[in-house]
Design a protein. Sequence first.
Length: 151
Amino acid sequence: MIAMELARELKVAGLPWKPRRGDLVMDRLNDLFVVVRDGSDDAGGVEIDTGRGTERKHYLMLTWIPHLEQLLAYLARYGPCALTGESPGEGRKDVRWRLALPESGAGSLGESSPGVGRAFEATDAADAAGRALHFLLAEVGWRPGPALARW
Protein backbone atom coordinates (compact mmCIF):
# COMPACT_ATOMS: atom_id res chain seq x y z
CA MET A 1 0.00 0.00 0.00
CA ILE A 2 1.36 3.43 -0.86
CA ALA A 3 1.83 6.07 1.81
CA MET A 4 -1.29 8.11 2.54
CA GLU A 5 0.47 11.41 1.83
CA LEU A 6 1.63 10.10 -1.54
CA ALA A 7 -1.96 9.09 -2.35
CA ARG A 8 -3.06 12.67 -1.55
CA GLU A 9 -0.29 14.09 -3.73
CA LEU A 10 -1.39 11.87 -6.62
CA LYS A 11 -4.97 13.10 -6.21
CA VAL A 12 -3.85 16.75 -6.27
CA ALA A 13 -1.63 16.06 -9.29
CA GLY A 14 -4.68 14.82 -11.23
CA LEU A 15 -4.60 11.02 -11.10
CA PRO A 16 -8.03 10.00 -12.44
CA TRP A 17 -10.18 7.69 -10.34
CA LYS A 18 -13.53 6.08 -10.89
CA PRO A 19 -14.81 4.38 -7.71
CA ARG A 20 -14.77 0.59 -7.96
CA ARG A 21 -15.93 -2.02 -5.50
CA GLY A 22 -13.00 -3.05 -3.32
CA ASP A 23 -11.03 0.20 -3.72
CA LEU A 24 -9.34 1.42 -0.57
CA VAL A 25 -10.00 5.10 0.21
CA MET A 26 -9.39 7.51 3.06
CA ASP A 27 -11.05 10.68 4.21
CA ARG A 28 -9.35 13.90 5.32
CA LEU A 29 -8.90 12.46 8.84
CA ASN A 30 -6.95 9.45 7.47
CA ASP A 31 -9.78 7.05 8.30
CA LEU A 32 -9.68 4.09 5.91
CA PHE A 33 -12.74 2.75 4.11
CA VAL A 34 -13.54 0.20 1.42
CA VAL A 35 -15.75 1.13 -1.54
CA VAL A 36 -18.67 -1.32 -1.65
CA ARG A 37 -20.29 -0.35 -4.96
CA ASP A 38 -18.96 0.63 -8.39
CA GLY A 39 -19.30 4.25 -9.46
CA SER A 40 -21.00 7.13 -7.74
CA ASP A 41 -24.58 8.33 -7.66
CA ASP A 42 -25.86 11.44 -9.49
CA ALA A 43 -24.81 13.65 -6.57
CA GLY A 44 -21.25 12.23 -6.50
CA GLY A 45 -21.85 9.97 -3.50
CA VAL A 46 -19.71 6.87 -3.11
CA GLU A 47 -20.95 3.98 -0.99
CA ILE A 48 -18.30 2.94 1.53
CA ASP A 49 -17.99 0.45 4.38
CA THR A 50 -17.24 2.31 7.61
CA GLY A 51 -16.79 -0.80 9.75
CA ARG A 52 -20.08 -0.03 11.48
CA GLY A 53 -22.19 -0.17 8.34
CA THR A 54 -22.32 1.53 4.97
CA GLU A 55 -22.67 5.21 4.22
CA ARG A 56 -22.24 7.60 1.35
CA LYS A 57 -19.50 10.20 1.10
CA HIS A 58 -18.92 12.56 -1.78
CA TYR A 59 -16.07 11.35 -3.97
CA LEU A 60 -14.27 14.69 -3.62
CA MET A 61 -14.02 14.07 0.15
CA LEU A 62 -12.25 10.75 -0.45
CA THR A 63 -8.71 9.97 -1.55
CA TRP A 64 -8.14 6.77 -3.49
CA ILE A 65 -5.22 4.61 -2.34
CA PRO A 66 -4.22 2.68 -5.47
CA HIS A 67 -2.37 -0.62 -5.19
CA LEU A 68 0.81 -1.51 -7.05
CA GLU A 69 -0.88 -3.13 -10.06
CA GLN A 70 -3.04 -0.05 -10.62
CA LEU A 71 -0.03 2.29 -10.41
CA LEU A 72 1.88 0.12 -12.87
CA ALA A 73 -1.09 0.10 -15.26
CA TYR A 74 -1.01 3.92 -15.36
CA LEU A 75 2.77 3.93 -15.80
CA ALA A 76 2.42 1.45 -18.70
CA ARG A 77 0.35 4.10 -20.51
CA TYR A 78 3.43 6.33 -20.41
CA GLY A 79 5.78 3.68 -21.70
CA PRO A 80 7.84 0.72 -20.56
CA CYS A 81 9.33 0.99 -17.10
CA ALA A 82 11.46 -1.33 -15.03
CA LEU A 83 10.69 -2.21 -11.41
CA THR A 84 13.49 -4.02 -9.61
CA GLY A 85 14.22 -4.95 -6.04
CA GLU A 86 17.59 -5.56 -4.44
CA SER A 87 19.14 -5.91 -1.04
CA PRO A 88 20.87 -2.71 0.11
CA GLY A 89 23.77 -4.68 1.58
CA GLU A 90 25.15 -8.04 2.55
CA GLY A 91 23.43 -9.60 5.53
CA ARG A 92 20.42 -7.26 5.32
CA LYS A 93 16.94 -8.65 4.81
CA ASP A 94 15.18 -5.47 3.70
CA VAL A 95 14.65 -4.69 0.03
CA ARG A 96 15.12 -1.44 -1.83
CA TRP A 97 12.75 -1.04 -4.79
CA ARG A 98 13.69 0.99 -7.85
CA LEU A 99 11.40 2.04 -10.69
CA ALA A 100 13.18 3.39 -13.76
CA LEU A 101 11.34 5.48 -16.34
CA PRO A 102 12.58 5.46 -19.93
CA GLU A 103 14.41 8.39 -21.50
CA SER A 104 11.25 9.21 -23.43
CA GLY A 105 7.70 7.96 -23.43
CA ALA A 106 4.48 8.46 -25.31
CA GLY A 107 1.79 10.47 -23.58
CA SER A 108 -1.91 9.71 -23.73
CA LEU A 109 -2.17 11.41 -27.12
CA GLY A 110 1.04 9.92 -28.49
CA GLU A 111 3.21 12.98 -27.86
CA SER A 112 6.80 12.41 -26.89
CA SER A 113 8.38 13.49 -23.61
CA PRO A 114 12.11 13.42 -24.35
CA GLY A 115 14.71 13.36 -21.63
CA VAL A 116 12.45 12.24 -18.79
CA GLY A 117 14.53 9.17 -17.84
CA ARG A 118 14.69 8.99 -14.05
CA ALA A 119 14.68 6.41 -11.30
CA PHE A 120 12.65 6.41 -8.08
CA GLU A 121 13.57 4.37 -5.02
CA ALA A 122 11.63 3.33 -1.93
CA THR A 123 11.39 0.52 0.60
CA ASP A 124 7.97 -0.39 -0.84
CA ALA A 125 7.40 -1.19 -4.54
CA ALA A 126 4.10 0.72 -4.59
CA ASP A 127 5.77 3.84 -3.16
CA ALA A 128 8.46 3.72 -5.85
CA ALA A 129 5.78 3.42 -8.55
CA GLY A 130 3.68 6.15 -6.91
CA ARG A 131 6.63 8.53 -6.79
CA ALA A 132 7.35 7.91 -10.47
CA LEU A 133 3.71 8.50 -11.38
CA HIS A 134 3.59 11.68 -9.28
CA PHE A 135 6.70 12.95 -11.07
CA LEU A 136 5.04 12.39 -14.45
CA LEU A 137 1.79 14.05 -13.40
CA ALA A 138 3.11 17.00 -11.37
CA GLU A 139 6.47 17.81 -12.91
CA VAL A 140 6.32 16.60 -16.51
CA GLY A 141 2.65 17.49 -16.98
CA TRP A 142 1.81 14.13 -18.53
CA ARG A 143 -1.84 13.04 -18.46
CA PRO A 144 -2.67 9.32 -18.40
CA GLY A 145 -6.12 9.52 -19.97
CA PRO A 146 -9.30 8.14 -18.43
CA ALA A 147 -9.59 6.30 -15.12
CA LEU A 148 -8.68 2.62 -15.17
CA ALA A 149 -11.23 0.15 -16.43
CA ARG A 150 -12.51 -2.61 -14.18
CA TRP A 151 -9.86 -5.13 -13.10
